[in-house]
Design a protein around this ligand. Structure first.
Ligand SMILES: Nc1ncnc2c1ncn2[C@@H]1O[C@H](COP(=O)(O)OP(=O)(O)OP(=O)(O)O)[C@@H](O)[C@H]1O
Ligand SMILES: [Mg+2]
Length: 227
């Protein structure tokens, strides 16, 4: 489902501030599994996640997602591939505070041929599943942190992606909300979706849904723990 072959990502290549954020990483994540990228701050988790999520391309090496070599796709194809195949839950949620919950959730479908009525229907169904239907017309800025998290999850799911990536998803949540987040991930796993989470939260990586942990240090993959 996801395969990285000798993937390296260099920022500011050739300049004084050059950073090798990910260095020669090879890994494989099978369909339907939950994988964790674990490591200290600056170890390259977010960078590797962005390569897997088709947000960025590696400087060298190859990335395969759902059987396609995404590392060689031109930017515009990479964007449309991502829209269809990957749902992303960002650390800061990246929601638009002044827009309604419903408009935030349907936003990723605006550039697609899916008609607004269908987007709305899908969004309401997702919000219902997440216990958020009563909040659909609220502005995002009127929501609590945990509610915003669920809006971010609904938005990541709106295109019905087979792959979900989440960057430090529990960083702003208390224990109870973090447990709720993991419950939602469990149900997405039960639907056969593949999930990749960057985290250093033990509540996440010690959770029973996790199948494999990739340990990162200084951009390198230094250990693999299979459950
Ligand atoms: N856009 C960028 N431009 C330049 N350097 C970057 C960029 N993004 C990340 N880096 C650098 O790459 C390294 C890895 O960063 P990354 O964000 O992937 O780490 P991380 O493991 O997610 O850390 P954290 O736990 O703090 O989120 C860091 O040294 C960082 O400064
Ligand atoms: Mg990070």
């Amino acid at each position: 489902m996801i395969r990285c072959e000798h993937v390296t990502k260099v920022f500011n290549k050739g300049r004084a501030n050059e950073v090798v954020a990910v260095r020669d990483v090879s890994l494989e994540i099978a369909e339907g599994k939950v994988a964790v990228l674990r490591g200290p701050s600056g170890s390259g988790k977010t960078t590797l996640l962005s390569l897997i999520a088709c947000v960025a391309r590696p400087t060298s090496g190859r990335v395969f997602v759902s059987g396609k070599e995404v590392s060689k796709l031109p930017e515009n194809f990479l964007t449309s591939f991502r829209r269809e195949h990957v749902g992303i839950i960002f650390q800061q949620f990246n929601l638009i505070p002044e827009l309604s919950v419903l408009d935030n959730v349907t936003l990723p479908l605006v550039p697609t041929p899916i008609p607004p009525r269908e987007s709305r229907k899908r969004a309401l169904e997702l919000l219902r599943r997440l216990g958020m239907e009563k909040r659909s017309s609220f502005k995002v800025r009127e929501l609590s942190g945990g509610e915003q998290q669920r809006v971010a999850i609904a938005r990541a799911m709106i295109a019905n992606p087979r792959i979900i990536v989440a960057d430090e998803p529990t960083a702003h949540l208390d224990t109870k909300l973090a447990e709720e987040f993991l419950d939602i991930m469990r149900s997405l796993k039960q639907e056969g979706r593949t999930i990749v989470i960057a985290t250093h939260d033990p509540l996440v990586y010690e959770h029973e849904i996790v199948d494999v942990i990739f340990d990162m240090r200084d951009g390198m993959l230094v250990g693999v723990e299979r459950r």
